[in-house]
Design a protein around this ligand. Structure first.
Ligand code: T3D
Length: 262
């Protein structure tokens, strides 16, 4: 597939996707969804070890492209559930289940489903000038693409409620203070830090990290007993692999480990 709404590259084991509709702050249209879905399939098939997601221009993503919705008098009401089932929900689940760390570099405003997609990623960095807006309420909508799942878990019910019912802009620095994201950085340091992390993950024990992210995401809905069982199953599996053996041997040899990702 040729991409027109995203930029995609795979360099070594680092996959990079840049949402590329800057004139619309990278709002999602159907074509961009299809391209992004294809890029994630390629990333998984190529055995990449890290994915870096960002946006072109001054925004990260302004959510759904509202120009795709015709709500003029007499126009039929769209089936918004269809768009979620077809595009947003598979996208979120795909990001969450990718067997590698997914870094999101939020370079500017992340609004509506754009904020949801950013929060679906495993490590979220944001430029100081960036912000997060639960814009849904301004359209009379419910937060979607996972926002009602992530927000209360990340920042607690009171803040999730305030953000969602008011739709106020949350500056990146405050998002970091509230624990919504991993780190807020000066604008001119964002991509360098994102690339530094991508390089780090490209030689990391990928399978162990993939299991780690699965375990952490599962923990919110599991009892302690269930989580102990899950850790046990994952550890048993990981213990059979190359990278555990390499990690222990490297420690004993007092040398850097050479992880293969398995
Ligand atoms: O429909 C469904 O499928 C339901 C699912 C919905 C999921 C959602 O994501 S709902 C939420 C949709 N998004 C929004 O409501 C956000 C709308 N945008 C904004 O509120 C503002 O643009 C921002 C606060 C994000 C940024 O403001 P600002 O002042 O920095 O930029 P701007 O001037 O508003 O936007 C720049 C351009 O991008 C502008 O175009 P123009 O006038 O220069 O030709 C603007 O129209 C365009 N743009 C921004 N967001 C969208 C958009 N065009 C289409 N759709 C957008 N979402």
């Amino acid at each position: 597939m040729n991409y027109q709404h995203i930029l995609y590259s795979l360099t070594g084991t680092i996959a990079r996707v840049t949402l590329n509709r800057p004139e619309k702050l990278n709002a999602f249209n159907t074509a961009m969804h299809l391209e992004l879905g294809d890029a994630l399939v390629r990333t998984r098939a190529a055995n990449a070890r890290v994915l870096l997601l960002s946006g072109a221009g001054r925004g990260f993503c302004a959510g759904q492209d509202l120009d795709e919705r015709d709500l003029s008098p007499g126009a039929p009401a769209p089936d918004l559930g269809h768009g979620l089932e077809t595009h947003y929900n598979p996208l979120v689940l795909s990001l969450r289940s990718l067997p590698m760390p997914v870094i999101c570099a939020v370079n500017g405003v992340a609004a509506g489903a754009g904020a949801s997609v950013a929060l679906a990623c495993d490590i979220v960095l944001a430029a100081r000038s960036a912000s997060f807006i639960q814009a849904f309420c301004k359209l009379g909508l419910v937060p979607d693409a996972g926002s009602t799942h992530y927000l209360p878990r990340l920042v607690g019910t009171a803040r999730a409620m305030g953000l969602s019912l008011l739709g106020d802009k949350l500056p990146a620095e405050q998002a970091e203070r509230w624990g919504l994201i991993w780190k807020c950085l000066p604008d001119d340091e964002l991509m360098a830090e994102a690339e530094r992390l991508a390089a780090h993950f490209s030689t990391a024990p990928t399978k162990g990290l993939a299991r780690t992210k699965q375990a952490i995401y599962a923990s919110a809905d599991n009892t302690l007993e269930q989580q102990l069982d899950l850790e046990c199953a994952y550890q048993r599996d990981i213990g059979l692999g190359h990278d555990y053996r390499e990690g222990v041997n490297a420690f004993k040899d007092k040398r850097p480990a050479r992880f293969s990702g398995d």
